[in-house]
Design a protein around this ligand. Structure first.
Ligand SMILES: Nc1nc2c(c(=O)[nH]1)N[C@H]1C(S)=C(S)[C@@H](COP(=O)(O)O)O[C@H]1N2
Ligand SMILES: [Mo]
Length: 557
């Protein structure tokens, strides 16, 4: 029998498989169209980014911590691939379901559109209802496509659920014909069956796949090109010489030991921690920062050029993430250039609480909706808190906050280092909880004294004899005074400390160990300039940073 000439609907496994395939094509079309529409709205409003971002906002801190540990800086890629995998499975299931009940799959696709639209409009950086458009338009296209493709499989009175259509209402057939009035509906023999339209299916499926690919690629390209102004504005930045230069890094601050963390972390190796699935590309020429709020006598809005004209300070500052495990990699040291934040605040008439100011919290807001709250007292106590414009002799890289970010030496990044900053509001800790504080992290979080063994690596197999043990220790704004090492349960031995750059930077240390054959555990601990030695007590990263001693197990051959 020839499928094309008889009005027999497709049944069985083949119907089921082509239903699943239709679901997949519909899902693909929905995502591709959404990508294209998001280029007209905002790249971040696309469903995968929006759902991913909403998932990040809602992930319990413990899970987020686990994800960061498991996947490192790839956590975001893993999340997006995970979302795509889930969507693929759901699309296959919806397609297979609609092979049995034609309308169900399309309604399912629409439901996912609603989820995407809600996610997009609920993101902290969403300011407009138009963020719902990519998901909505994508879902409508996907739903119609699925309905049409399933129609090509043919239907029978009993298979397609005609019984669910109340008498007198618009029947599914007329809906299908409204979608495509050229669709062959082989119901001429009055059997209640319409046939498997193989040619129509193949044509529609191929056209849909091609059109979706085109739409998706066009969307990608358009979204990618939106950053072009920002990229151009970054290329044009010339940072003037600072009026307060950093002293050269003292000789002896950077030890020449293989595998020790370099004293200055190159920009490309600097750790990155943020919630942004799309790195914000901000055009410096239109960027503005507003300072306002409690105790602000003169509100201020500054442009990037305004900042470049102010006196600049250059400082070496070691930044650390509160999510860094003992021995972990989320710490880096760089030479930053920027405007002293306290100067700007004074221009606005802001006073710290100790001088009678009414605001004890400074809330920085980024273009991507992040909020980061720092104590006004710390920012104005004379330390080099700054709005940084440059990092290691370059304008800030986009990943690290171009055009401007905040830095406060001595405080973990989540309470001080707002990237892509655009707004500073003076308020109180009582009145406002910032992004991470809403997620159970502490309101205030000075960096804990830490030390790390960089070499030998865990489970290394050095030769017996002299083995150079080395690493870094940090206690920003207090300074490191002593680093000790212990082999197995032996006595604590003082290591040789590299020369200090400043008390806001980390300090390298080294210890020539006379290694004997067998398994050994090397444990390190640091003492800061207040005389306090790192506690042995292990605490988790949440709520205010991990504590405990780092140790490394090696086997000496
Ligand atoms: N806009 C924005 N700024 C942010 C974050 C963020 O998620 N969004 N994360 C903060 C955290 S937790 C840290 S540790 C530092 C990390 O800065 P880096 O990525 O430049 O190393 O940025 C801070 N600033
Ligand atoms: Mo962080």
């Amino acid at each position: 029998m020839d499928d094309d000439s008889t009005p027999t609907p497709l049944r069985g496994m083949k119907r089921f498989s082509l239903g699943a395939l239709s679901g997949l094509l519909a899902g693909y079309a929905a995502i591709a169209v959404a990508e294209l529409v998001s280029a007209a709205v905002r790249p971040e409003s696309g469903p995968v980014i929006a759902v991913g971002g909403a998932a990040i906002d809602r992930t319990p801190p413990a899970v987020k911590d686990w994800a960061i540990r498991q996947f490192g800086t790839n956590d975001k890629l893993v999340l997006q691939l995970g979302i795509l995998a889930v969507l693929t499975v759901l699309a296959l299931v919806l397609g297979a379901l609609s092979a049995r009940w034609r309308l169900i799959g399309s309604l399912g696709v629409l439901a996912f559109g609603v989820v995407g639209a809600l996610a997009a409009t609920s993101r902290p950086d969403s300011t407009s209802i138009t963020d719902a458009l990519p998901s909505a338009v994508g879902a409508i296209v996907g739903a119609c496509l699925l309905y049409y493709l399933i129609g090509r499989l043919g239907r029978t009175a009993n298979v397609a659920g005609r019984a669910t259509v109340p008498p007198g209402s618009v029947s599914e057939d007329s809906a299908a014909q409204a979608l495509d009035d050229t669709a062959p509906v082989h119901d001429a023999d009055g059997s209640g069956e319409s046939g498997w339209d193989r040619r129509g299916f193949i044509l529609a499926a191929t056209a849909a796949a091609a059109a979706s690919t085109g739409a998706g690629l066009a969307g990608r390209a358009l979204n990618g090109s939106q950053g072009q102004n920002a990229v151009a504005s970054r290329k044009d930045v010339v940072i003037p010489a600072p009026s307060s230069k950093a002293a050269p890094v003292p000789r002896g601050a950077a030890l020449r030991i293989k595998d020790i963390s370099p004293f200055m972390t190159p920009n490309n190796d600097f750790y990155r921690v943020d919630t942004a699935l799309v790195v914000p590309k901000v055009d410096a020429t239109s960027w503005k920062l507003r300072i306002h709020g409690k105790g602000v006598e003169r509100e201020l809005t500054v442009s990037f050029d305004d900042l470049l004209k102010m006196p600049l300070i250059e400082r070496d500052i070691t930044l650390t993430c509160v999510s860094n495990e003992v021995g972990g990699p989320y710490v880096g040291n760089a030479r930053w250039i920027g405007v002293r934040l306290a100067d700007l605040l004074k221009q606005c008439g802001v006073k710290p609480p100790s001088k009678g100011g009414p605001a004890d919290q400074l809330v920085a807001r980024s273009v991507d909706g992040m909020t980061i709250g720092s104590p006004v007292e710390d920012v104005m106590d004379g330390r080099d808190a700054m709005l940084a414009l440059g990092m290691n002799g370059q304008p800030l890289p986009f990943e690290h906050g171009f055009p401007v970010r905040m830095l406060v030496p001595g405080l973990y990044g989540y309470v001080s280092a707002c990237k892509w900053i655009q707004d500073i509001e003076l308020t109180t800790f009582d009145a406002y909880d910032s992004y991470w504080v809403k997620r159970d992290w502490a309101q205030k979080a000075p960096i804990k004294t830490e030390s790390r063994v960089d070499t030998p690596k865990p489970f290394a197999r050095p030769k017996a004899g002299t083995v150079m043990v080395a690493g870094v220790a940090w206690a920003q704004h207090r300074g490191i005074d002593k680093v000790e090492i212990r082999v197995d349960d032996g006595p604590w031995e003082e290591t040789r400390l590299a020369t200090e750059d400043t008390r806001d930077t980390w300090r390298q240390w080294s210890y020539p160990w006379q290694a004997t054959k067998g398994g050994h555990t090397l444990t390190v601990r640091a003492t800061d300039r207040t005389g306090e030695t790192q506690t042995e007590k292990r605490t988790p990263t949440i709520p205010d940073g991990a504590s405990g001693w780092h140790s490394v197990v090696v086997t000496v051959d």
